[in-house]
Design a protein around this ligand. Structure first.
Ligand SMILES: C[S@@+](CC[C@H](N)C(=O)[O-])C[C@H]1O[C@@H](n2cnc3c(N)ncnc32)[C@H](O)[C@@H]1O
Length: 251
């Protein structure tokens, strides 16, 4: 397998079951939260990075926003198109790697949710370079002063969960805060398969710095465990962390 394709392979096969996951059940509440934070009039153009099955994009399009989703997985994009057709809304869907994507138009806001590309690292990839490239591309896609909502993994939770033995077994890297683990999926012929994947956790100061380097200022950090978003501090033991940032500089 191409060394950078593990996540694509996993999501291509997992796509038809993704909307059965427990963490995808609160989309409408999540979208209400996004609208409040984006401070964007209806009709605004929003870029959804790692848009997956389009669950947020479809709901935002229903509420009058012009939605563009980009995703690495053609399987996930296919599900997004089906969901848009069913809802009777239009989505612009682009098959691309967010770390290499060069946007052709400018957006009024951007979202990158539930580990949409950011923090999902391929084996041949440097975690910092991968995620910085994504942030820079999002910056280039945005008009000045636009809001960007980034929902990612809480590194403190990983630091507290993993022990010396895990580091020795390469399950967790104590410098990069990258976890390596196995994900199971069923291939097109019904065979049980597995793929080894990597995901990175972030501590708040690191994420703030990364965003600043990429031309954003993060002004709020919230706990964001899926299905439980809100204006509350990040709990050290929760899985998700959200940054609300503003574009302050062109890249
Ligand atoms: C956990 S899903 C999240 C989907 C959606 N944002 C949500 O909240 O349900 C992660 C998505 O990121 C996509 N993805 C992973 N790496 C990517 C990359 N480098 N570029 C674009 N999309 C990527 C996957 O294909 C998958 O659809």
């Amino acid at each position: 397998m191409n060394k950078e394709r593990e996540w694509e392979v996993f999501f291509d096969h997992h796509a038809p079951k993704y909307m059965d996951e427990v963490f995808t059940q609160n989309t409408e509440e999540e979208v209400e939260f996004l609208i409040e934070e984006l401070q964007l009039p209806r009709g605004g153009a929003i870029l959804d990075v790692g848009s997956g099955t389009g669950r947020h994009a479809v709901e935002l399009a229903r509420r009058g926003y012009q939605m563009t989703g980009i995703d690495l997985s053609s399987g996930m994009l296919k599900e997004a198109q089906k969901a848009a057709d069913k809802a009777g809304v239009e989505l612009e869907l682009i098959h691309a790697d967010a770390a290499k994507f060069k946007p052709e138009k400018k957006f009024d806001g951007a979202i990158c949710l539930c580990e949409g590309a950011f923090a999902l690292i391929g084996h041949g990839e440097d975690p910092i370079e991968h995620d910085l490239a994504i942030l820079r591309n999002i910056n280039s896609a945005l008009k000045p002063d636009s809001i960007f909502i980034l929902d990612t993994l809480n590194g403190l939770e990983k630091i507290r969960k993993f022990h010396k033995e895990d580091i020795a077994k390469n399950k967790f890297n104590q410098i990069t805060l990258v976890e390596t683990f196995v994900m199971d999926y069923t291939d097109n012929d019904g065979n049980k398969k597995s793929v080894t994947v990597r995901e990175k956790g972030y501590i708040g100061s690191e994420l703030k710095l990364m965003l600043r380097i990429a031309g954003f200022e993060a002004f709020h950090f919230y706990g964001s465990t899926a299905g439980n978003w809100g204006h509350r501090p990040v709990d050290p033991d929760e899985i998700g962390m959200m940054a609300i940032a503003r574009k302050i500089r062109e890249m």
